[in-house]
Each structure stands twice: as C-alpha cells, then as structure tokens.
Write a protein that binds this ligand. Structure first.
Ligand SMILES: Cc1cc2nc3c(=O)[nH]c(=O)nc-3n(C[C@H](O)[C@H](O)[C@H](O)COP(=O)(O)OP(=O)(O)OC[C@H]3O[C@@H](n4cnc5c(N)ncnc54)[C@H](O)[C@@H]3O)c2cc1C
Ligand code: FES
Length: 351
C-alpha cells in the first residue's frame, strides 16, 4: 500500500499530502497549490524545483531536462518525482494577475463521438461524469487502458461547455496511445479515465493586444478552444489564426473557421497554409506566411502550438518581427521520442 508523506511548498509555506507513488506536482495541483508546469511527463523542465529537505525518486525525468549536475544540486522535476519521505521544496511560484487556476480532478468519461477528420487525425468527443472547470488552451491526461501510461491531449472546446471535451488526436506510428489504442481498439461508447486540467498554455484574457495564433497539425486544438471562448463570450481580442498542414488531406475544421471569419470579419482572420501542395490558399511553411503577412509583430501577443520544431521556428520568426518572449505563449507537443533525444531545445524562452 502507498505511504503518505507531507510536501511543504516554499515560499508559500503550504503543506500538501502526497502518496509515495504520486508525483509531487500532481498532489499540489489537486490540493489547489498551482505550480508552473507544461508537459507533465519529465521532458520540458518547466516544473524544476529545488528539494530543500527530504528524499525523492526522480523516476522518468529526462536526462536532458534534468542534468546530472542539477540532480546533484538537489533539483527535481516534480511532475515525475515522487517522495520517499516528508519533503520540502522551493518552487518558482508565479502569480499572474487575472488568472484563475482550477484544481486537477479525476474524471470518468464516455466516448460519444469518434470521427476521422483528416489524414491520420481523429476527433474524440467525451462526455464527463462531472463538469470540468478549465482555462481555454489547457489539456487532460488520459490513461491508456492496460498499458499503465497516460497521454496528454488538449481540449478543443471552450470552458463554457464543461460537461464534454473535444480532443483532436494525430496518429504517431508505433505510438502506444494512438497507434496502439485511439486508432486501433477505441470505439464509441467506451469508458475512459482521465485527469485535468493541466498546463499553462491558455488565453491570457487580460492581454487584449491582437493575438497571432499559430498551430501545426493537431496543435490547432487549444487554439480552437481560445478562439471559440473569445468569440462566443463576446471578448474583444482581435485574432489571426494560422493553421499549418502539409496538404489539404491534413487540414480539418476549415469550413468551421471560414464560417467564423464570415461572422466576425473585423475580429477574426483565418489563414490555413499548406507546405507541400499548391492550392488557392497560402502556400509555404506557416512561418513564411506569417512573415509575409506582418511587417512587425510589435504590440501583439502570440500563441504557438504543435510539433516542437514548428513551435521553435515560429518563435524565431516572431522574435525577428520584434515580439518579445514575454508576449509569446507556447505549447510543444512533446512525445516519448523527445524525452529520449532532448525535448528542451530553446534557451530563448522560459517554458
Ligand atoms: C502538453 C501536451 C499536449 C498535447 N496535446 C496533443 C493533442 O491535442 N493532440 C495530439 O495529437 N497530440 C498531443 N500531444 C502529444 C501526445 O500527448 C502524445 O505524445 C502523442 O499522441 C504520441 O503518443 P503515443 O502514445 O501514440 O506515442 P508514444 O508511445 O509516446 O511514442 C511516440 C514516438 O516515440 C517513439 N518512442 C517511444 N519510446 C521511445 C524511446 N524510449 N526512445 C525513443 N523513441 C521512443 C515511438 O516509436 C513513437 O515514434 C500533446 C503533448 C503534450 C506534451
Ligand atoms: S512539466 Fe515537468 S518536465 Fe515538463
């Protein structure tokens, strides 16, 4: 049976109960102690904290995100570290004006929709057993049945639909969660177990500058949540959505976003971009299209989401166009291969 330990979180001075097989971050988020995190799988380094007292297991922390010398200095990735005694940590607690953080909870869901929406891409709609409060852009962690692993997927629906979540999932060849489950055995009516909400990639409502949203592949999902939130709640943000894909077969929700653009021509601009096919829309890497569209990106905010190389390229483009790191929010869709090869790529931005 799992033992229970006390985690003291400094500089907040908060005590949290944590099982010996529970990640320290998980215990904190469930207790309403919000600490910075992004991937929750030991890959990105965002959750790095100093262990001031007590013993922990590092478990599945990437050697790139937590280097040998950092382990020796008592640092830990608390999204994967578990306690072996009572522990005191010092975390990089940030308080953001106007942001409400919602505690993480467990949910049981029923798959009510499972559709192929583009090449190797499925939309999953899940009815939840209780409403989930979240910020637009956050994600859930789903248990892969029979595999003792979880996989993370971003909500594509807005928070004012709290009883249901929409996920957009791309198949990864050889992947446990996608190839081995979502694209293989999962069917409508199945029960799924998940937890959420996680992540700090969400719309900053207090930032009302025009927003440039860039999504590659299923990186569209959290951006769709933000866009629907803004437009359906009557918020003032001016938004430019860039959806990057290789060919038309990889694009989805095109008619949906074209419809939004028609309804809100002064507030929402939609730019789907194809890198590998000529068509009647913008052609080229999504970053090239943004580059050509904006003379300067000063006085904007940006939200970037998708495969890590695309996010990195978009970050560089925006910074060349005079956007500062404090104005850029990013979500890298890391997977297991990033942990093995080094998911932490950019020294440019604090994750
Ligand atoms: C915050 C966040 C949000 C995300 N949101 C979404 C989303 O909305 N939609 C979406 O489609 N995806 C999303 N992802 C990605 C998603 O969580 C999964 O990583 C992805 O679906 C692959 O999972 P999998 O189980 O199929 O593949 P995995 O089993 O994780 O395998 C991934 C790849 O790594 C390789 N691999 C496995 N183990 C190793 C190893 N030890 N060494 C080297 N290579 C290895 C596999 O062969 C495969 O090619 C998100 C990721 C993050 C971090
Ligand atoms: S959140 Fe812990 S390493 Fe990414």
């Amino acid at each position: 049976m799992s033992e229970s330990f006390t985690i003291t979180v400094e500089p907040l001075g908060r005590d949290v109960k944590c099982g010996s097989d529970q990640a320290i971050l998980d215990a904190c988020l469930r207790a309403g102690v919000w600490l910075p995190h992004a991937c929750t799988h030991g890959t990105c380094g965002t959750c790095k904290a100093q262990v001031l007292d007590g013993d922990i297991e590092h478990n599945d922390a990437s050697d790139f995100a937590l280097m040998e010398f950092e382990r020796n200095e008592g640092m830990a990735l608390i999204c994967v570290a578990t306690p072996s005694s009572d522990v005191t940590i010092e975390a990089d607690v940030e308080v953001e004006e106007g942001v409400t953080h919602h505690p993480v909870r467990d949910y049981v869901g029923t798959v009510v929709q499972l559709d192929d929406i583009a090449r190797q891409t499925r939309r999953l709609v899940i009815d939840l057993d209780q409403e989930m409060a979240f910020n637009p852009g956050q994600y859930v962690s789903i248990e892969v049945p029979g595999r003792a692993v979880t996989r993370t997927y971003s909500m594509g629906n807005p928070p004012h639909e709290p009883g249901q979540i929409e996920l957009q999932i791309r198949r990864t060849p050889g992947g446990i969660g996608t190839d081995g489950w979502v694209f293989k055995t999962l069917t409508k009516g199945d029960t799924v177990r998940l937890a959420g909400p996680f992540g700090r990639f969400f719309l900053r409502e207090a930032r009302t500058e025009p927003a440039i949203l860039i999504g590659g592949g299923t990186g569209l999902a959290p951006l769709k949540s933000m866009i629907r939130h803004v437009l359906e709640r009557g918020l003032p943000h001016r938004m430019y959505l860039y959806q990057g894909a290789r060919t038309q077969a990889d694009l989805y929700d095109v008619e949906f976003f074209r419809g939004l653009q028609d309804q809100h021509p002064d507030q929402f601009t939609y730019r789907p971009c194809l890198s590998d096919e000529e068509w009647d829309g913008p052609t080229g890497m999504v970053t090239d299209v943004v580059d050509a569209d904006f003379q300067t990106c000063r006085n904007h905010t940006a939200y970037l989401c998708g495969p890590p190389p695309m996010v990195e390229a978009a970050l560089k483009t925006l910074m060349r166009k005079r956007l500062f790191p404090k104005d850029i929010f990013r979500e890298d869709f890391f997977d297991a291969s990033d942990k093995a090869t080094g998911g932490v790529r950019s020294p440019l931005l604090k994750r």
